[in-house]
Design a protein around this ligand. Structure first.
Ligand SMILES: [Fe+2]
Length: 273
């Protein structure tokens, strides 16, 4: 296991290619479903669909487990073992950090690391609050992020986390956003090298630009939440993943890919999450 704040230099193309996979919500029992979707099946289906695409490394942006079990984390490691490139992980609100770091382990797995790839740096951040489903950076983490940005001023920067630092548009979800998102974004205004923020948590694709920063979120590998819904609601879109191309001039191309067909349909009677 690699300790937090490790800096990892990765081999890359002239353009840095990233595969994001997020929010698998695995159980100890591989046959268990979350709101009608068997999360092991959907997770491995997404991985199988992504294998063979162009990426230099993989980022997993939290909510690995749905039941906090050792086995769920071991299952995650098993599924991710198909990747021979570096795999970077950070925790979500459904994760127990110590279990994640203890049981999702391999020589090419790294937890909460800084990724060095050409003239890009990516920072895998912990936005969890420990007790609440919502996220929080708090003063100490905000200062740590600023220190990292100050030490990497000659690099394009991307910040990765679990929680959304801006509102998603779904009231029920936004109760659990990053509590100090406005303060976080305010601090970033002094760092024009920050090109993008990428997160999970909201189980839907999101792509906006605010103050010159690309704000991105991605589908879960299991259930999808319906965008712009005041109350809890599921979407019937299929699980998916995101690819990103980080160019040397700081520009970004990105695409969301979803599984073909309609294999993973959530329980239409589900009232909550
Ligand atoms: Fe999630």
């Amino acid at each position: 296991m690699k300790t937090p704040l490790t800096t990892v230099s990765v081999n890359h193309h002239s353009t840095v290619n990233v595969l994001q996979i997020t929010d698998p919500h695995l159980f100890a029992d591989k046959t268990r479903d979350l709101l009608g979707i068997v999360t092991w099946d959907s997770f491995t289906s997404v991985i199988n669909a992504a294998i063979g695409k162009v990426y230099d490394f993989v980022v997993i942006t939290g909510d690995i487990s749905q039941d906090y079990s050792v086995e769920s984390y071991q299952h995650c490691a098993e599924a991710l073992s198909v990747f021979d490139c570096p795999v970077f992980l950070l925790p979500g609100n459904h994760d127990e950090l110590s279990m994640l770091e203890r049981h999702v382990v391999a020589d090419n797995f790294y937890h909460q690391a800084r990724v060095q790839a050409g003239n890009w740096q990516l920072h895998m951040l912990n936005s969890t609050s420990g007790t609440r489903p919502g996220g929080e950076f708090c003063q100490q983490r905000l200062e740590m992020i600023e220190q990292r940005l100050q030490s990497g001023q000659d690099h394009h920067q991307m910040l990765l986390m679990h929680h959304n630092p801006v509102l998603s548009g779904s009231h029920w979800l936004d109760q659990h956003c990053l509590k100090d998102g406005p303060q976080f974004l305010e601090r970033l205004s002094g760092y024009p090298q920050v090109k993008a923020i990428l997160w999970g948590h909201i189980h839907q694709a999101f792509d906006q630009i605010q103050n010159g920063i690309r704000l991105l979120a991605s589908p879960s590998t299991c259930v999808q939440f319906l965008p712009n819904s005041h109350d809890f609601a599921l979407d019937t879109l299929q699980p998916g993943y995101r690819l990103l191309q980080l160019h040397t001039d700081g520009s970004i191309d990105t695409q969301v890919h979803r599984l073909e067909g309609a294999r993973f349909i959530p329980d239409s009677a589900a009232q909550g999450y």
